[in-house]
Write a protein that binds this ligand. Structure first.
Ligand SMILES: Cc1cc2nc3c(=O)[nH]c(=O)nc-3n(C[C@H](O)[C@H](O)[C@H](O)COP(=O)(O)O)c2cc1C
Length: 194
């Protein structure tokens, strides 16, 4: 394994906004499998493998749009309700080829603290995102407040103890769309060798 290639891939991984995605260009079953195999290799304490992925493509994206709007309506005070935000929630899921709900499945034996299960799912998402980036596939992690709330969890039919960590929008970048650039501040400024 080549350290430089891996480091380059990590730096190359970008969030691609759903508006920059082709909403119809298909994602092959083989590529989906490759993505979820990568996710499945995430580290996890106690081998609980707490990640679950609910994939909404085509017509089923409507159920995510409806769930977002319903959660926003029920969890927003009338004076804070913004009709344009509500509208966007209804449209966003259709911008991407697919929307993947990120779920933490709680181990029935409660072998490890919940925070570790959440961390493991985040690692799984990063694995998936890296492999998607290597394939040129766009991914965007979106976590509006309602995706963490009870109404959305109910729409996803999650068990009581389980949690949604937001949505991954997935799709090929539109034709001619350049891969975005990003930046980070100095890595070593966040490190202290003691
Ligand atoms: C847990 C998590 C939740 C995120 N939620 C949102 C979000 O709700 N809205 C958003 O614009 N970006 C969200 N992002 C993506 C970040 O905006 C993005 O990673 C950041 O801008 C850096 O860009 P890059 O991923 O291309 O390096 C989220 C990222 C993570 C890890």
């Amino acid at each position: 394994m080549n350290t430089e290639q891996i480091s380059n891939l990590i730096a190359h991984r970008r969030s691609i906004k759903p508006a920059l995605m082709d909403s119809v260009k298909p994602i092959s079953r083989e590529l989906w499998q490759t993505l979820f195999e990568a996710a499945n290799w995430a580290p996890n304490h106690g081998l609980t493998e707490p990640w679950r992925f609910l994939v909404y493509s085509g017509e089923s994206r409507a159920s995510i749009a409806t769930a977002l709007q319903a959660a926003y309506t029920s969890e927003t005070a009338a004076e804070e309700f913004r009709p344009e935000k509500f509208e966007k929630m209804g449209k966003n899921p259709f911008l991407a080829n697919s929307v993947v709900a990120l779920v933490v499945k709680r181990d029935p034996k409660r072998k490890v603290p919940e925070v570790e299960e959440i961390e493991a799912v985040a690692c799984a998402v990063q694995n998936l995102h890296l492999v998607a980036s290597a394939a040129g596939l766009g991914v965007f992690w979106s976590s509006p407040a309602v995706t963490y709330g009870p109404s959305f969890a109910q729409s996803l039919e999650l068990d009581e103890a389980d949690k949604c960590l937001g949505l991954l929008y997935i799709g090929w970048p539109k034709d001619g769309q350049e891969w975005p650039v990003s930046k980070r501040t100095d890595a070593m400024a966040k490190v202290s060798f003691k």
